[in-house]
Design a protein around this ligand. Structure first.
Ligand code: ATP
Length: 300
């Protein structure tokens, strides 16, 4: 299923939460949705599932609005508020009641409790759950209808390392089955491991929409070089347009030359290289660069 957001605008008074936002989320991939605090991620995701009514524009899932689906949980699983379950309910009770609204069999409830690691606490009250357990319950609810589209706001928030790995593998599997996986996260290094495609929003407007690899490919060529003869090599490499930096004896970071050009120069100078690694920009570096003008709530 394809998620299409077209010209979405949501205003609160004279403040735009999102302004004329358009993008498409493709099936068979994990798409990450990033942006600074207050950028409009939740507003956009909530609009897709009809929890927020846009001021203008629309969001469609396979050509239909969410509210047009007869059995929405079988089409779209969403985690938008991990505290959605009432505190006095048990996990089992909460999931069973959702299942009942969609004629989802009880066996599926058992299945998702098992898949999310909650079987042993299924009869415990949700009010006593830790942040991570609440998060697992929210994911269990999203998976209940075995939907073709998953929309998850901060799914790894509060999860322990085992939980984070589990979510990463789960999302990769769901995408490989041809499902549409759309998630927001502030954990950029984690997202870099999960996402195939990245959409970045800043101050309510889309500022990047591209494959993860092309985001991390940008930003100049840097190469890490390790050599016992750093001084000779530095001397040899330094010309106009090339910078050679060193924070550690025997280790250089060269900008402005390809790895091959460095290897040739070293060969000609009779310098031994013990490492030659082209460096890519991290997602975090790309993100910081793209959002530096869009951060509303920055730390001092
Ligand atoms: N119910 C509301 N009433 C007034 N303003 C709102 C409301 N909901 C959201 N906003 C505003 O809209 C903007 C976008 O909020 P949104 O929650 O979508 O951002 P976000 O990207 O999800 O942020 P975060 O990363 O902090 O979760 C913010 O400035 C927020 O204050």
């Amino acid at each position: 299923m394809t998620i299409e957001v077209e010209g979405l605008t949501k205003q609160y008074g004279d403040k735009h939460a999102v302004r004329d936002v358009s993008f498409t989320v493709q099936p068979g991939k994990v798409t990450g949705f990033l942006g600074p605090n207050g950028a409009g991620k939740s507003t956009t995701m909530r609009s897709v599932v009809g929890l927020d009514r846009p001021t203008s524009g629309r969001a469609l899932i396979d050509g239909s609005e969410y509210r047009a689906f007869a059995a929405p949980l079988r089409e779209v699983g969403a985690l938008l508020d991990a505290k959605a379950a009432r505190r006095s309910r048990t996990a089992l009770n909460y999931l069973t009641s959702i299942a009942a609204t969609h004629r989802i069999p009880r066996s599926r409830v058992t299945e998702v409790l098992e898949a999310t690691g909650l079987s042993s606490v299924a009869r415990k009250k949700v009010g006593g759950f830790s942040l991570g357990m609440g998060q697992r319950l929210g994911i269990a609810a999203a998976l209940l209808g075995d939907p073709g589209t998953l929309i998850l706001d901060e799914p790894v928030n509060g999860l322990d390392p085992e939980g984070v790995t589990w979510v990463r593998e789960l999302l990769a599997r769901l995408a490989s089955e041809g499902r549409t996986v759309f998630l927001s996260s502030h954990l950029l290094s984690e997202l870099a491991l999960i996402a195939d495609h990245v959409i970045i929003i800043g101050r309510g407007e889309i500022i990047a929409d591209s494959p993860l690899s092309s985001l991390t490919d940008q930003g100049g060529s840097r190469v890490r070089v390790r050599t016992p003869d750093a001084r000779t090599l530095t001397h040899r490499l330094t010309t106009t347009g090339v910078t050679v930096a060193s924070n550690e004896p025997g280790l250089l970071e060269v900008e402005g030359l390809t790895a091959e050009q460095i290897a040739r120069a070293a060969h000609e100078a009779g310098v031994l290289l013990t490492e030659l690694t082209p460096l890519r920009q991290t997602l975090e570096e790309a993100y910081n660069h793209l959002t530096r003008d869009s951060v509303e709530y920055a730390s001092a």
